[in-house]
Design a protein around this ligand. Structure first.
Ligand SMILES: Cc1ncc(C[n+]2csc(CCOP(=O)(O)OP(=O)(O)O)c2C)c(N)n1
Length: 274
């Protein structure tokens, strides 16, 4: 049975997916599969884990969140709007000329600290923010959501070494492990297994979870840091395109724009569930 927290967070994830579907349909740009893959993680973070306040988005004490897989910006915008950082109506300007809601994440919006989208940089930025927090004895934490494709990049592992060396226990990497990149499965590009063992050997404390299970997301993310003096890594096993049957686990829906009958069918599935 789902607790109140995880029920609310599952409903938030469903709203993120519905907004993102409409936003990508209207804007004519996508990464819908990437957004659906991490919608549950975003919902869990903003639905009770992150210490953030839409009334005071720049509070020095706030937890920081870096969406390193910045091409899923539509999902971040949707959860920020749903949790009160800006009006929900603004979401429909996504991908439009002159909009603050660019396809990749823009820090022009309240609640966003870092512009992202050039893959492979987010963990380095997050590690720097976490290091600064420790130096200043601040209690805030820094959460970074990465894609598996970014773990094929050397910069990610350099940041991982830095974080362990500096004992950044206020840093949390969540990897959206959907096993598909932009044009091929991860295993065909550069395989990551044994993935958990890699993070462990780099000095991180690791938990492997189902990244769509809200109860597990909440309980694991609430138990950070997993070990004193170590950065924490959550390997979240996910399905690209999760939530719409014909989009799930397909490379095609990494960037295809949902239109016409496909849009209608996807919306019907999302509106039916929960
Ligand atoms: C440095 C860089 N190179 C290329 C791209 C273009 N690009 C956008 S998404 C993507 C791959 C997506 O796969 P993955 O990183 O695993 O993310 P997922 O959407 O599956 O979560 C690429 C190569 C980019 N954004 N940044």
């Amino acid at each position: 049975m789902k607790s109140g927290n995880s029920l609310a967070s599952a409903e938030l994830a469903r709203r993120i997916r519905i907004h993102a579907l409409r936003m990508t349909n209207l804007g004519g740009g996508s990464h819908i599969g990437s957004i659906f893959s991490c919608a549950d993680i975003l919902a869990a973070l903003y639905g009770g884990i992150l210490n953030v306040d839409p009334a005071e988005p720049a509070s020095p004490a706030r937890d920081r969140f870096v969406l390193s897989k910045g091409h899923a910006g539509g999902g971040l915008y949707a959860v920020l709007a749903e949790t009160g950082f800006f009006p929900v109506e603004k979401l429909m300007t996504h991908y439009q000329d002159g909009s603050q809601l660019s396809g990749h994440v823009s820090h022009e919006l309240p609640g966003v600290d870092v512009s992202t989208g050039s893959l492979g940089h987010g963990l380095s930025i997050a590690a720097g923010m976490a290091c600064a927090g420790l130096i200043r004895s601040s209690s805030h934490r820094v959460f970074c959501l990465l894609s598996d494709g970014e773990c094929d990049e050397g910069s990610t592992w350099e940041a991982a070494m830095f974080a362990a060396h500096h004992r950044l226990s206020n840093l949390i990497a969540i990897v959206d492990y959907n096993r598909i990149q932009g044009i091929a499965p991860v295993s065909d590009v550069i395989g990551l297994e044994p993935f958990a063992a890699k993070w462990t050997s780099f000095g991180w404390s690791v938990r492997e979870i189902d990244g769509h299970d809200h109860g597990t997301l909440h309980s694991v993310l609430a138990s950070i840091p997993f070990d004193p003096g170590k950065p924490s890594c959550v390997l979240a096993n996910t399905v690209k395109g999760k939530g719409v049957s014909f989009m799930e686990d397909t490379v095609l829906w990494h960037y295809r724009v949902p239109r016409g009958v496909e849009f209608d069918a996807a919306l019907a599935e999302l509106e039916e569930h929960l």
